[in-house]
Design a protein around this ligand. Structure first.
Ligand code: DUC
Ligand code: ZN
Ligand code: ZN
Length: 487
């Protein structure tokens, strides 16, 4: 077994930072040591197989992205990253575990949906991976099957209050599924938007000739998110089940979560980088020679981007500081403009919903440290430590401590990252490159302070500088336990 010492860096965790050396034995962390110390009288640096110099850098637990959609079927196409391309991009960005969503739709058996996702992922991932289960068709069979999921290491499931006819569950279905969550200890993850009302509003906009991508966000008004968030909280309360609301973007939805949390209820929420940085105004202003106003399709996702003038982005940062929101995931769901997003030319409802960010989450959240929105420790907590606790991986992932998996990122605060795709629309090199399987970047032109230097996955260096040293199939399935974050 290879032994490694990461030396000279500042180890950062959710509760503090300190200069320390990290000794890795095989796949796990063996010790966190005073800098330059000896172990049982031996000079550690001289006795290990490999030394990684982290002088002037942060040593943090590898990122955990708890909300990704590799190969998700959506709107007649499928998310463009496979488990191979998406997890490799994640590794480049300092993320060492993902939790993806296996999908069950109406008429399909939950077990078959889960088996299909195992087949897509097995042998293809660069980093460790787990699954939540989307239950798109709640009925007596799926409710019974859900009870067996915790034994499969799948301890959370997602329901949709949006997308009637696709993934949608009505209130009665949600209530019954939450009762299963209460009985089994599973965590219900909720896409909280009032889908039936949104579909009417969207139809009315299209009837008025308002078909550009911008109108996606007008149809999916914040009121639709606030109402659904409140309803989800009340359904969880009446069933006495914990609730985790995904991709929160409206400040009014955060207020609903904060009110419930102030009452001591087990209610949690995540937001995503797009809701911290991007806005509806950006989308309205987007235009290009190639696409005209359809350029805005690059940022069509649900929940949608929100108006900066109304203060939503500011409210998301604040909620991350006050712990009214506990985590940042990406909702990574990439589609190319050509052949995928362009399905919605002339009708925004047909644009596949999603943004690709898996490679940039750690860097984008580090910008919050640079600009003073969050502390260094909170950066680690939001992107790694809490995701592990929330989804039953605490002790193994999300911490730098003896016995934990050696998933570690050496992060250079003095480094620099230029985000974007390698070629512009005329085929000229841009001096940038990303690794996601997308023909555009939602983050094109972002200049970021900080750089992911070295990434270790269970003790092996898989990214060194910008070089990928891993292989497909390195990643293992994570059998997760129940949430370790409940009140
Ligand atoms: N939202 C997205 O943007 N994409 C996939 C599904 C979802 O809920
Ligand atoms: Zn969703
Ligand atoms: Zn999602």
């Amino acid at each position: 077994m290879t032994t490694t010492l990461i030396t000279g860096g500042t180890v950062v965790g959710a509760t503090g930072r300190a200069p320390a050396d990290v000794l890795i034995d095989g796949e796990t962390i063996r010790a966190v040591l005073e800098p330059g110390s000896s172990l049982l009288g031996t000079d550690v640096a001289a006795s290990v197989d490999r030394v990684i110099d982290a002088s002037g850098k942060y040593v943090i637990p590898g990122g955990i992205d708890a909300h990704t959609h590799m190969e998700l079927p959506f709107g007649g196409t499928a998310a463009s990253d496979t488990f191979e391309t998406g997890t490799r991009a994640a590794a480049h960005g300092g993320t060492t575990s993902i939790i993806d969503f296996s999908v069950q739709t109406y008429g399909q058996r939950v077990q078959d949906g889960l088996a299909a996702w195992h087949e897509k992922a097995a042998g293809n991932c660069a980093i460790d991976y787990g699954f939540h289960q989307i239950v798109g068709g709640v009925d007596e069979d799926s409710l019974a099957a859900m009870r067996a999921l915790p034994d499969e290491g799948v301890s959370s499931f997602k329901l949709f209050m949006a997308y009637p006819g696709v993934f949608y569950s009505d209130d009665a279905q949600i209530l019954k599924a939450m009762q299963v969550a209460r009985d089994t200890g599973m965590l219900t993850m909720m896409h909280a938007e009032n889908g039936p009302a949104i579909d009417v509003l969207a139809q009315q906009l299209v009837d008025q000739g308002k078909t550009d991508p911008y109108y996606h966000g007008i149809a999916r008004a914040w009121e639709m998110e606030e109402e659904a968030t409140h309803r989800a909280i009340m359904l969880a309360k009446v069933t006495d089940a914990p609730l985790y609301v995904v991709h929160v973007s409206a400040k009014q939805a955060v207020e609903q979560l904060a009110t419930a949390r102030d009452k001591g209820w087990n209610v949690f929420g995540e937001t995503c980088p797009q809701y911290l940085y991007l806005s509806l105004e950006d989308q309205l202003g987007a235009s290009s020679d190639e696409w005209g106003a359809f350029e805005g399709a690059k940022w069509v996702c649900s929940t949608p981007l929100r108006a900066r003038a109304d203060g939503h982005q500011h409210a998301m940062w604040q909620a991350l500081r006050t712990n009214d929101l506990q985590m940042v995931s990406t909702d990574h769901c990439p589609f190319c403009m050509k052949g995928q997003k362009d399905l919605g030319l002339g009708d925004f409802r047909k644009i596949p919903n999603g943004i690709g960010s898996i490679e940039h989450r750690m860097d984008l959240m580090y910008q919050g440290v640079v600009t003073g929105e969050i502390t260094l420790e909170r950066w680690v907590e939001l992107t790694s430590t809490t995701p592990a606790r929330m989804f039953g991986l605490h002790g193994r992932k999300g911490v730098i401590q003896p016995g934990a998996d050696a998933d570690i990122v050496v992060y250079d605060p003095n480094g620099h990252t230029s985000i974007g795709v390698g070629l512009d629309s005329s085929g000229n090199p841009t001096g940038r490159a990303h690794h996601m399987n997308m023909d555009y970047s939602a983050w094109e032109g972002y200049e970021i302070d900080g750089h992911v230097d070295t990434v270790l996955s269970r003790g092996r260096v898989i990214v060194d500088g910008d070089e990928y040293l891993g292989a497909k199939g390195d990643g293992r399935f994570l059998k997760r336990g129940l949430s370790q974050y409940l009140l």
